[in-house]
Design a protein around this ligand. Structure first.
Ligand code: SF4
Length: 381
């Protein structure tokens, strides 16, 4: 006789396991995606870099079942290989409370497949966090996924309860999104929620917003992804865009598509930071005719080779913006240079190194130090 037993909560968490491996939650997604798991028996515990420092957080889903059919997703409706588990809000909240009190985790990233519609699913996420915040009095880090098509009031409540919310666009246009996820509506279900989140922040609620793109499965180009990212940074106040290189999942419609090279994801992050933190505009990024960035060189260096090789920047006179155009010099290094040159001349690469610039040789071909091109000592080996 076969006895079918109901899995315990711990077993369900183990089955749910790697469920959010496809969704970064923190500030350093590439380390996170290395699947750096902390506890073998609890794969839902991940090391994540948050705005308040690195933390071990519980990263899981309310349910691994879903009624939608996104072509890239292991949880899509009808995929036989996915083990489906569903948590009730009080069960999920109690599991988190146990792990948090045992000091196994300090923070939660909560996502979900969609069952009985987005609004019902979003309510389950909100109910869980209400219990965590009010019954268990947890004051720490909470990152919530917003379902496509969630209501304004649900988003508002999520942003009152959470430190960060994710509204994932997946593709840079409606056509790309339809190719990835036929049932998702780019403007109506997703972009509108990012605009609402921006409005809600104007009322004084501080939760940040992030979004994610699946890169490289359906012909999306870097110029499409970065043009939209720029708009989201400047017009909708998102704190970051995640770019997840596509990897095929067996038993999905995309199982035979090639993986996207991780270096493409890396170049997108480098460019995205130039747009967000360095004052660049998307038109200045060195795209090739294909609409993609070169993979063999970082975008800042490619720009410098084209623009600064014959017009090096004088370190003693450059503005902060000009300094940040130089490879190897970011916002902190630019500020250190501005401060140091008030009290003396910077005439040698060793002076830049003393300011904390780790590899001033990167900058050397593109700068003048007090009127002279700096000498670079060649390595003998
Ligand atoms: S809605 Fe989310 S969980 Fe469901 S198939 Fe699409 S990406 Fe996967």
């Amino acid at each position: 006789m076969n006895i079918i037993s109901t899995p315990t909560t711990l077993q369900k968490l183990q089955i749910a396991g790697d469920t959010t491996a496809y969704e970064p939650a923190g500030d350093q997604p590439q380390t996170e995606l290395s699947r750096k798991r902390l506890l073998r028996d609890l794969p839902c515990v991940s090391n994540v870099s948050t705005p308040t420092g690195p933390k071990a957080i519980m990263k899981t889903m309310m349910t691994t079942a879903c009624e939608r059919n996104c072509h890239y997703c292991p949880f899509r409706a009808g995929r036989g290989k996915t083990q489906r588990v569903t948590f009730k809000p009080d069960e999920m909240a109690a599991s988190f409370d146990q792990l948090q009190r045992a000091k196994t985790v300090d923070g939660i990233f909560l996502s979900s497949g969609i069952i009985k519609g987005s609004i019902t699913t979003q309510d389950k996420i909100l109910d869980t966090i209400e219990i965590i915040r009010h019954k268990y009095q947890y004051k720490g880090y909470v990152h919530l996924k917003i379902m496509p098509g969630a209501e304004y009031d649900q988003l508002y409540r999520a942003m009152q309860l959470a430190d960060r919310v994710s509204i994932n666009l997946e593709g840079p246009t409606q056509d790309r999104l339809t190719a990835l996820a036929p049932k998702k509506d780019f403007n109506g279900e997703l972009l509108q929620r990012l605009a609402w989140a921006h409005q809600i922040r104007q009322t004084g609620i501080r939760a940040s917003t992030v979004t994610q793109f699946v890169v490289g499965a359906v012909g999306d180009t870097d110029v499409e992804l970065l043009s939209l990212s720029e708009r989201l940074y400047h017009q909708m106040g998102i704190s970051r865009a995640y770019y997840s290189a596509f990897n095929p999942v067996i038993d999905t419609p995309f199982e035979n598509l090639p993986s996207t090279l991780p270096v493409r994801e890396f170049r997108l992050y480098q460019s995205s930071f130039l747009l967000r933190d360095y004052g660049w505009s998307v038109e200045e990024l060195p795209f090739e005719q294909s609409g993609n960035l070169r993979l063999d060189v970082d975008p800042k260096r490619a720009w410098a080779e084209a623009h600064l090789s014959h017009a090096p920047i004088e370190i003693m006179r450059a503005t902060r913006e000009q300094l940040m155009r130089i490879p190897g010099i970011g916002p902190k290094a630019a500020d250190s240079i501005l401060k140091a040159r008030r009290s003396g001349h910077l005439t040698d690469l060793s002076h830049l190194r003393a300011l904390g610039i780790r590899a001033p040789e990167q900058a050397a071909p593109f700068i003048l130090l007090d009127g002279h091109q700096p000498a670079v000592q060649l390595s003998l080996f």
